[in-house]
Design a binder for this molecule. Structure first.
Ligand SMILES: Nc1ccn([C@@H]2O[C@H](COP(=O)(O)OP(=O)(O)OC[C@H](O)CO)[C@@H](O)[C@H]2O)c(=O)n1
Length: 358
């Protein structure tokens, strides 16, 4: 169940204002970063989602991306980077035979940003492109990972040029001393984006069919764990081990870590149909490392938030694609010594995210 955005909002906002006052009174702003999710651009008339409950504004989405970038470029402290949380173009582009042209339009806008973009891959990336294509495209932002960092060199598997690669697209970077950002691949185990001949595809199909007896594997009808649908995915054992290695390093070095991926991992931060298949494994892993400050995702266009039992903040960002003209959905996160403050725009709420005790 999702926490309603309005619950305790006033209290959070008062705390936010108080925090702003503190920052004005001399707390040093270390750096800021932008967040945006589910642009899902297509040159197509507005229409509805699969369940016909939400309108999708396919052309408007490019303008909203453009205006978010303009806003970030104008900020007094320009964001050091932007986390683009996946689904940057919509799967409908395949039918329109417009995947490349739509991606290029999006990348032309991204090119106007003063801040570098870290691109997550969501289900719509895999509807449009193969992993090989994505690996060699401008949506592969792995070149922005730490090159010098000793933790990067240990147990670090990531996408390679190998056409039969079963590796995952995940990396981390340290933009400011003692702060680390860790991108995870929520479609590492999946039947979208993996070649049918690959072991990961076959293992994923087995998991999906065991959990979902429906003929339409995209349908959650009657499921006990309704995240087991084709448009979701999960984390392999080796990715979980790699994440554990990075977070162990961060714990030992007293770093604060922001983890981000396309799919939410806490049931109170999203409609459960949008969760990663084995979200519970990633969640308990993060909870076992006190360095983990927050987990940021997209995918559920309604957005959501919760503070979990271990003090980790879970933000599911509202999707640009379901944001009409005159509204917005993006944010800037300000990073201080003792907390991070999300300054939301439009449907994205302000949040104060205190760090856990280490
Ligand atoms: N019950 C369903 C739901 C969806 N589909 C099909 O699955 C594909 C993905 O759905 P879509 O809503 O486009 O996925 P998004 O990533 O945009 O959104 C995720 C959450 O729904 C947002 O809240 C698509 O091909 C659908 O037609 C389905 O068959 N059955």
């Amino acid at each position: 169940m999702k926490s309603p955005d309005s619950s305790g909002e006033q209290e959070i906002y008062s705390e936010f204002l108080e925090q702003e006052k503190v920052s004005n009174d001399g707390m040093e702003l270390y750096f800021t970063f932008g967040i945006i999710a589910d642009v899902q651009y297509a040159d197509k008339a507005d229409s509805y989602n699969f369940t016909r409950t939400r309108k999708r504004y396919y052309r408007q989405s490019l303008h909203l991306l453009q205006s978010a970038i303009e806003e970030w470029n104008k900020e007094a402290k320009v964001p050091s980077f932007v986390l683009q949380l996946g689904d940057v173009i919509d799967g409908i582009n395949v039918q329109l035979q417009a995947s490349d042209v739509s991606l290029q339009r999006v990348l032309n806008e991204v090119g106007k940003s003063k801040a570098a973009f870290h691109h997550v891959w969501g289900n719509h990336e895999f509807y449009n492109f193969s992993r090989n294509y994505l690996t060699s495209s401008q949506l592969n932002s792995k070149h922005l990972e730490d090159q010098q960092d000793s933790v990067s060199k240990t147990r670090h598997k990531c996408v390679s040029d190998d056409s039969d690669s079963e590796e995952y697209y995940a990396y981390h970077f340290c933009p400011f001393e003692s702060f680390r950002f860790l991108m995870v691949d929520c479609y590492d185990l999946s039947i979208i984006g993996r070649k049918p001949s690959s072991k990961k595809y076959q293992d994923s199909m087995k998991i999906l069919k065991e959990k979902n007896p429906n003929t339409d594997l995209n349908s959650p009808e009657g499921l006990l764990e309704n995240q087991f649908v084709q448009f979701n995915g999960g984390f392999s054992k080796e990715q979980l081990e790699w994440v554990n290695g990075v977070l162990t390093f961060s714990d030992e070095n007293h770093e604060k870590v922001v983890i981000f991926g396309h799919l939410p991992i806490h049931p109170d931060s999203t409609d459960t149909v949008c969760l990663a298949w084995n979200y519970a494994e990633m969640l308990s892993l993060l909870q076992s490392h006190t360095c983990a400050v927050c987990y940021i995702a997209g995918h559920d266009h309604d957005g959501g938030y919760c503070l979990d039992s271990h003090g980790i903040h879970h933000i599911t960002l509202q999707g640009i694609i379901e944001t009409p003209s005159g509204r917005h959905a993006f944010g800037t996160v300000q990073v201080y010594e003792g907390s991070m403050i999300l300054k939301g725009r439009g449907s994205v709420s302000n949040r104060v995210m205190h760090y856990r005790k280490q």
